[in-house]
Design a protein around this ligand. Structure first.
Ligand code: PLP
Length: 436
């Protein structure tokens, strides 16, 4: 059981003090359920992890993991800064009433309209990705007689996923300025010469679902080495060092990331030690967790429908959602755990595959899982769907996107309504034939 999950006297899965089978009845399925207490706990854990150290820091929630008005408002209540990666995410944050000063805007191909929205709303930082954007921001800021705070995204030549990291010379990435080939230094020079740009710091994000601190500490060592050179050669010392997100979570028992405090401890201690060795002031340290704030807090409830048994091969249990509400298994073979929410502690009786309802053979949510014999109408709860679930949801096969409910202390609140068929057609226009 994760977060506040328990099983009640009716053998039903309870999240945030709310019976999930009641949620399924009231709001229908598929349904995303977020355990708000778990989001609070994780946000606090990131902040607490910095407290033992004499450093300034900022924890920004990477809203790409799950962006909605309510989620952004919760992030603000939790004292988290906010990362956005598109005009749509920025607009969501602004409509949610989020303080623009704490918004940071990422992306490798921001449009002029997106940049203008960011500049006009005076957001906290534009994290500039490339020379074309650097020039665009400078021109737009000059035209508005405004000074815009920017940071530079760089690829430090370290890439990490799960417990693997690799040092690469010229990192093959669509994001950022290359640290090792001198591009970052050129970008710093450019920004320092532009009075309309206030260069506050540098940023790197080395990967996702990372289980160990080594990738981060290697990146930090490389970056601080370069910071010493920028200080000597350009007189530039970043006020902020942003080391991105990517902290891993436990989708299944196989996933064993180190703790949040162990990640942050290693990163901060390495930055402090490297800065001291290079006679540099320790910059303000920013991080950008997304998945590790909301991932484990999310559970998707599905209704079981049909099944198909292929003797000696496999039994498929089909549910009423699939790759339309959780693209991750089809996209990168992501693995999940699940149980029957209405028979939560029943013993497993068979190995099955959980199939989605999309017209695609690859729409398998779970390849192999032990479950009690599932019947039509049972409620399947798939865990750990809070990050990149709703945010990657789509209308493939014209399936309406599910509703989202927050639960906490026995209360539930609907935060995103279920789409209707009318919603699906709202932008459709009739065909006008040209045949006379
Ligand atoms: C720049 C940046 N920051 C933060 C994140 C959040 O990563 P995660 O959700 O793995 O913590 C991402 C995700 O790709 C990212 O690209």
């Amino acid at each position: 059981m994760r977060g506040t999950q328990t099983i009640n006297e009716n053998n039903h899965l309870v999240i945030g003090g709310v019976d999930t089978t009641e949620l399924a009845k009231k709001y229908g399925t598929p349904l995303y359920v977020y355990d708000v207490a778990d989001i609070r706990k994780r946000s606090l854990a990131f902040k607490e992890a910095f407290r033992p150290y004499p450093v300034a820091f900022k924890v920004a929630y990477a809203s790409k993991a799950f962006s909605s008005v309510a989620m952004v408002q919760l992030a603000e209540e939790l004292g988290l800064a906010l990362d956005v990666v598109s005009g749509g995410e920025l607009y969501t944050a602004l409509v949610a009433g989020y303080d623009p000063k704490n918004i940071h805007f990422h992306g490798n191909n921001k449009s002029e309209d997106e940049l203008l929205l960011a500049i006009d709303k005076k957001i906290g930082a534009i994290i500039v990705d490339n020379f074309i954007e650097l020039q665009m921001v400078k021109t737009l800021a000059e035209a508005r007689n405004q000074t815009v705070c920017i940071m530079l995204r760089m690829t430090p030549g370290v890439e990490a996923h799960t417990h693997e990291y690799i040092m690469t010379g010229q990192e093959d990435s669509k994001f950022g300025f290359d640290l090792m080939n001198g591009e970052v230094k050129e970008a710093i020079k450019y920004a320092l010469n532009a009075p309309s740009l206030k260069l506050t710091g540098v940023h790197s994000h080395i990967g996702s679902q990372i289980f160990e601190a080594e990738g981060f500490t290697h990146a930090v060592k490389r970056i601080v080495e370069h910071m010493a050179a920028w200080k000597d050669e350009l007189g530039f010392e970043p006020e902020i060092l942003n080391i991105g997100g990517g902290f891993g979570i436990s989708y299944t028992k196989k996933d064993q990331p180190i703790s949040i405090s162990a990640f942050i401890g290693s990163i901060v201690e390495t930055i402090m030690a490297e800065c001291s060795a290079n006679q540099l002031e320790v910059p303000e340290i920013w991080i950008e967790p997304g998945r590790s704030i909301v991932g484990e807090a999310g559970t998707t409830l599905y209704s079981v429908g049909t099944h198909k048994s292929i003797p000696n091969i496999r039994k498929y249990i089909s549910v009423d959602g699939g790759m339309s509400d959780n693209l991750r298994p089809a996209l990168y073979q992501a693995e999940y755990e699940a149980l029957l929410a209405n028979r939560a502690s029943d013993a497993s009786e068979e190995q099955v595959a959980i199939a989605g309802k999309c017209c695609e053979s690859g729409d398998i949510l779970i390849q192999d899982i032990a479950l009690p014999t599932a019947q039509a109408g049972d409620i399947l709860a798939v865990f750990c769907t809070g990050a990149y679930g709703y945010s990657m949801a789509n209308n493939y096969n014209r399936l309406p996107r599910p509703a989202v409910v927050f639960v906490e202390e026995g209360q539930e609140q609907l935060v995103i309504k279920r789409e209707t068929y009318e919603d699906l057609l709202q932008y459709d226009l009739a065909f006008q034939t040209t045949v006379k």
